[in-house]
Each structure stands twice: as structure tokens, then as C-alpha cells.
Design a protein around this ligand. Structure first.
Ligand code: SER
Length: 339
């Protein structure tokens, strides 16, 4: 049987890096990687084809769709929360119009080939919006249906695109006389902040955790833009990749939701600093909150309830706080910044 062809948008981003590395080890898939920037050289070799282009260019997507038969799409391209707050129009175009273009492409692909196209969408804890710290403390582990009142352009975009995906999966062209054999099989994860040893995020608001780690590993002082007691959920990048692939492979009939929380650990910024200092004793972190970015993380939950993902498709993170740092992050960043 021919290898299946998978499209990855935002392939040069953090999740794209991890996902492409992982898929390359499996060897049984052909990855078509799309990004507005040229893919890092090491990643290019792992892909069947790499394309520099914009998800806002429908003609490009049409061409790709004509040239390949995609069975699965990982739509990772996005403008993260801090950047989207500074450029809301851009955020909306990339995060919403871009996603619409990809869903259209997937629907057309499914119709033409007469089989479902699995569409993986990374959503975010940014879809939640807690009004203040008192509510955040009282809310504890937030479930998928609670507190969906985002306060950022990025969160609004992600929440809407979750709904858009659900629409394409279940109600798209519902007035047509004839239904098509293939549909968009939309599956979304609400990721917490992600921490990778290999890459740094750009333009996010959970960036304080990965930045603190990478600065300490280089012996550099870090000005942390949130308070010590700031607490949101995080996950090590290998678990984020596992979550995406597990959800992609789950039998459709097991999925009772189109959107799932996934959690792993949720240290405060101060607990992170203590942990990082234990590995890098010269760590220097100044907590100098940026009140506006602080307000964004304060509106995100302290933790998420991911029991639906655990029940429906067996989600279980490999890395808790201690082993994420001891077994993955510390050894890998030491290696990365070795002189
Ligand atoms: N990491 C993202 C951000 O900070 C949240 O999903 O924008």
C-alpha cells in the first residue's frame, strides 16, 4: 500500500519540529511541510516535500491539494497570544482565515477522494478566560465546557476555530441534496504551555517557562514577565507530540468530544525557578511582572481537567514535573548549549 501523505502547516514552528522528527522515525508517511519561512535544513531532509508559502494563499492550497492526496492534516500554523494582541488584524487573518482555508481544502479533498480527511487542530488554554484570581483559584481544574470566555484575540480565534471545525465535521453543506462519502474528521486538543529543549516559542504568553530554562542553561540572567505565584499548566514537547498522534490514531467511534483538554504539570513560576536553579546553580531570575501580559496568564486556568481525553483515547503524559526536567529538558538543553 502506498505511504499516506500528511500535510503539516506551520511546520517550522515548535510543534512542527517535534512532530516531523517523530514522523520521520516512523518512516511510513510522506510529510509535505508548509511554512512561511524556509524549513530548517535538518528538518528538510526528513520531509517528502517542503513548501515555502502562506496559508492565506488559497491558490497555493488548491495546487497542493491537486498534487497530493492528503489523508491527514496537522494545521499548526498560528500567531500566538502576545503577538496577536499586538497585531490583532494579523492574528485574526492567520488564525481564523488561515484555518478556514485549510478546512475548505480538507473538505474538498475528502469530497474528491470519497474518504475522510483527519484534521488535527492544536487549540489552547487561551480559550479560557477567568475574570480574576479569586475565580481562578476557586475554578481549579477547568473542564472543556467551563469558562470559555477568552480575553485575547488568540483565544477568541482558537475558540471560534474549534467551532468551525466541529461545523465542518458534522454540518458542512447540510442543505445539499446529496451527501459526500468523505468528510472532515476534525479533532482538537487544548494544549497547555509547551516547553521544548530544542526550540523556543515566539510571541506566546506562556513563554516565561521555556525562556527561563533556556536562559539559565546559557548562564544568562532572566527578567521574568510574570509574578512568582503565577500558575498555569505546562507540558513537555514530547508529550504534546504523543498527544497529537494518539488523538490522530484514535478510532472515531471512541471520540465523544471534538475538543479535548490535555494536561501534564502546573508549577508556579517560582517553583520553576527553584527547580531550574537546582540544575543550574548560577540561575538569576528577576520577577518584573509586565502587568498587561500578567493579566493574560491570570485569566488562564491554573490547571485543566483532562479526564475526557484519558477515558476516550487513553491520554496519559509520560512526563510529570520532575522527570520532564530531569530526564528530558535538562540533559537536552545542556547538550544544546554545550560550548
Ligand atoms: N503558548 C500559547 C501562548 O502563550 C498558548 O497556547 O500564546
Amino acid at each position: 500500500m502506498a505511504a499516506q501523505t500528511i500535510l503539516i502547516t506551520g511546520a517550522n514552528g515548535e510543534i512542527g519540529h517535534g512532530l516531523i522528527e517523530h514522523l520521520a522515525q516512523r518512516g511510513s508517511v510522506r510529510v509535505v511541510a508548509l511554512d512561511v519561512r524556509p524549513l530548517d535544513a535538518a528538518l528538510q531532509a526528513r520531509c517528502y516535500r517542503t513548501v515555502v508559502g502562506d496559508i492565506l494563499d488559497p491558490a497555493l492550497l488548491e495546487r497542493l491539494s491537486a498534487e497530493h492526496e492528503f489523508s491527514m492534516i496537522f494545521h499548526l500554523a498560528a500567531v500566538l497570544s502576545t503577538k496577536a494582541e499586538r497585531q490583532p488584524g494579523l492574528g485574526h487573518r492567520v488564525n481564523v482565515d488561515g484555518t478556514l482555508n485549510l478546512l475548505e481544502m480538507a473538505a474538498e479533498e475528502a469530497r474528491r477522494n470519497g474518504r475522510d480527511v483527519i484534521f488535527l487542530f492544536p487549540s489552547s488554554i487561551a480559550v479560557y478566560g477567568l475574570p480574576d484570581l479569586e475565580h481562578k483559584r476557586a475554578a481549579g481544574r477547568v473542564r472543556e465546557a467551563e469558562w470559555c470566555e477568552p480575553r485575547t484575540m488568540y483565544g477568541v480565534n482558537k475558540l471560534y476555530c474549534e467551532q468551525l471545525g466541529r461545523y465542518y465535521a458534522h454540518y458542512y453543506r447540510q442543505l445539499d441534496q446529496q451527501t459526500t462519502a468523505g468528510r472532515v474528521d476534525f479533532r482538537a486538543l487544548r494544549f497547555p504551555g509547551l516547553i521544548s529543549a530544542a526550540t523556543l516559542p515566539t510571541g506566546g504568553t506562556s513563554d516565561f517557562a521555556p525562556e527561563m530554562l533556556h536562559q539559565a542553561a546559557q548562564g544568562l540572567r532572566y527578567h521574568c514577565f510574570v509574578r512568582r505565584d503565577t500558575r498555569i499548566p505546562f507540558m513537555a514537547m514530547p508529550d504534546a507530540i504523543t498527544a497529537l498522534l494518539r488523538l490522530a490514531e484514535a478510532p472515531r467511534e471512541r471520540l465523544s468530544h471534538s475538543v479535548y483538554n490535555v494536561g501534564a504539570f502546573n508549577p508556579s513560576a517560582e517553583e520553576l525557578e527553584i527547580l531550574i536553579r537546582a540544575a543550574f546553580p548560577d540561575t538569576q531570575v528577576d520577577f518584573l511582572p509586565d502587568l498587561r501580559r500578567q493579566a493574560i496568564v491570570d485569566s488562564w486556568p491554573a490547571d485543566v481537567d483532562d479526564s475526557a481525553a484519558r477515558t476516550d483515547w487513553g491520554w496519559a503524559p509520560r512526563f510529570a514535573l520532575q522527570n520532564a526536567f530531569a530526564d528530558y529538558l535538562f540533559p537536552a538543553v545542556i547538550e544544546r548549549y554545550r560550548p
